[in-house]
Design a protein. Structure first.
Length: 148
């Protein structure tokens, strides 16, 4: 009889902790897709638990991993936007430089209208040249210019 009582006590002392353990409770509780369940104000997760349940019970570190991934995406998007802005600014500068160069070329080749004083001076110079070179009187101005 003593053996039977001691055997029952030993069995009961081994079975009671197993029944009351959290693993036994996990089987009874609803486990989410991540492999975790909420207990009071904390989460209890199985060994095979994984991330993927935002706002629910998750293994530790899942929120930090999500934040890191979000920051990487933000950094990549910011970098892409800066590169696009830089390319646009470069294209604008090149277009502006081309416009300025064409404006300068146009200003150099543009003929300014002569005033009355300039016309008189040009006429005197032309008459002086023709006095020295009478054969140029029958030539076109472009021919005289090419000879000079």
């Amino acid at each position: 009889m003593k053996k039977l009582v001691s055997t029952l006590l030993l069995s009961a002392s081994l079975l009671v902790p197993m029944i009351l353990s959290p693993v036994a409770h996990a089987e009874k509780r609803a486990v989410n897709a991540c492999g975790c369940y909420g207990e009071a104000d904390s989460c209890v997760c199985e060994k095979k638990a994984k991330c993927g349940c935002p706002g629910e019970c998750e293994p530790k570190g899942c929120e930090a991993d999500r934040q890191k991934q979000m920051q990487k995406e933000i950094d990549a998007e910011t970098k892409r936007a800066k590169e696009e802005e830089k390319a646009r600014n470069k294209a604008k500068e090149e277009a502006k430089d081309d416009d300025e160069a064409s404006d300068k070329g146009a200003k150099k080749s543009a003929v300014k209208p002569m005033g009355a004083r300039d016309k008189k001076q040009f006429l005197k110079l032309l008459e002086a040249y023709l006095a020295e070179h009478p054969e140029a009187a029958n030539k076109m101005l472009s021919e005289v210019r090419s000879e000079l």
